[in-house]
Design a protein around this ligand. Structure first.
Ligand SMILES: [Zn+2]
Length: 282
């Protein structure tokens, strides 16, 4: 299956890829694209985490989703489609959000973590967990026909050097995008992993402009006051107020085989094994 790829990567690097244990945080547009590429590369083990369900509005930009998947958990659909590739990758779906209660246990023991989240606050939690535990984080972000990707190692610079949490109500990003931009950014992220395995650690923030057909490497300096990579305080692991996306809510659901979804005046309640409230976003 990997004969053509071996011509490019060589047997040593391919063996290293077969042995990798990777986390993909988020199984939306970016998460499905990175998951597909990582599976086709032959990554040994991939864990995918997402608590959301597939909606019709996701399908146009999301590699693995079809109309028949609407209402099903994204993480389960992602993993089922990735298994169909038949690359031998061991795949696990976790129906949960990434927050301060689980971020560290999710990243521990992983060789790489892919940030395919859509909330700045969740990214900052994941960034803290990765920097604290010395696990490389590969960030990807998308806005319209522009995107960015960055490789974060424990010494920094990290996402917390230049990102700040969104605290105002309704700060949810609802900027659209297209599948072309998603795929460009996911490709950059996965290529960064391959390069890092060769010992070529990517430096800076890579900014891709699909419309202008350009790729730029922006120099990002380590912030000497960064509470993650400089001061090692990791304040987002102590919790962060979130007004957007999915949050964990207390609710005792019945024993559920399928996700249980109810619409409330301010969002959706989604229950699998746990319950989550989806705020500020259709
Ligand atoms: Zn930092």
């Amino acid at each position: 299956m990997f004969t053509r790829q071996l011509l490019v990567l060589g047997p040593e690097l391919q063996e290293r890829i077969f042995s990798l244990n990777v986390l993909v945080a988020g199984c939306g547009a970016l998460g499905t694209a990175t998951l597909e590429m990582l599976t086709r590369l032959g990554v040994g083990k991939i864990t995918v985490i997402d608590a959301d369900i597939v909606e019709v509005s996701n399908i146009h930009r999301t590699h693995f989703f079809k109309r028949e998947d609407v209402g099903k958990p994204k993480a389960e659909v992602c993993v089922r489609r990735a298994r169909e590739i038949g690359s031998g990758t061991q795949l696990e779906a976790i129906l949960d959000i990434v927050d301060e209660t689980n971020a560290e246990s999710l990243v521990k023991g992983k060789d790489f973590v892919f940030d395919a989240l859509d909330s700045v606050n969740s990214r900052l939690i994941l960034n803290d967990a990765c920097v604290k535990n010395g696990v490389p984080l590969i960030y990807g972000g998308i806005s319209g026909e522009y995107g960015s990707a960055m490789y974060v190692s424990e010494d920094g610079p990290c996402l917390s050097c230049f990102m700040t949490p969104m605290e105002q109500v309704d700060s949810c990003e609802t900027i659209g995008t297209t599948v072309t931009t998603v795929t460009l950014v996911a490709s950059l992220q996965v290529q960064m992993m391959v390069n890092a395995l060769r010992g070529e650690i990517p430096k800076g923030l890579y900014y891709v402009d699909g419309r202008g057909l350009s790729l730029q490497a922006l120099d990002i300096k380590k912030n000497s006051l960064c509470e993650a990579c400089s001061l090692h305080e990791f304040r987002y692991l102590k919790g962060i107020k979130t007004n957007c996306g999915l949050i964990r809510v207390k609710f005792e659901p019945p024993s559920l085989e399928r996700p249980f979804v109810t619409r409330t005046s301010d969002g959706l309640i989604i229950c699998h094994e746990n319950c989550f409230k989806k705020l500020g976003r259709e």
